[in-house]
Write a protein that binds this ligand. Structure first.
Ligand code: HEM
Length: 118
């Protein structure tokens, strides 16, 4: 079970890498648009993250920090909302507001920071 948990963590990290990588491509030299690949990465990170939020495959005596996980879930929902608003605006031919675009990248980095540091 512990090995399976590590595999799910690996998938979670792939999701994070796809989301942040897709955003970084757009942010640095790109058109600063919201892309489908960002949503794909976020969905992978969300599904694997929720699976990791259940207490299974943990070594003896290791407990989950639910305050930390709840905070990450709220931030993930905000990222999802920003992606949804951004893609809806793009479909209407409007530009994505800078606060919305940068919010996606900053909040993704914040979630990775919370995971690593909290
Ligand atoms: C965009 C959203 C997210 C990003 C960027 C992200 C990023 C990360 C990263 C980088 C790690 C590895 C940290 C380490 O092992 O030291 C991690 C671990 C983990 N993540 Fe996420 N995550 C996100 C969303 C979520 C959500 C929504 C949940 C569940 C509610 C979650 C639950 C976990 C769990 C349980 C771990 C295992 C290590 C720990 O307990 O912190 N993640 N995440």
């Amino acid at each position: 079970m512990e090995i399976l948990r590590h595999i799910v963590l690996f998938v979670h990290l792939i999701g994070f890498a796809i989301l942040f990588g897709a955003w970084a491509v757009q942010a640095f030299g790109g058109k600063k648009q919201v892309t489908g690949l960002m949503s794909v990465g976020m969905t992978i990170a969300a599904i694997a993250g929720l699976a990791l939020a259940a207490p299974w495959g943990l070594p003896e005596g290791v407990h989950l920090n639910y305050a930390k996980l709840g905070t990450k879930l709220v931030i993930l929902l905000i990222i999802g909302a920003l992606l949804g608003i951004g893609s809806a605006r793009q479909k209407r031919g409007q530009a994505v507001a800078p606060v919305l675009f940068w919010g996606i990248g900053v909040l993704t980095a914040v979630n990775a920071g919370i995971a690593a540091i909290w």
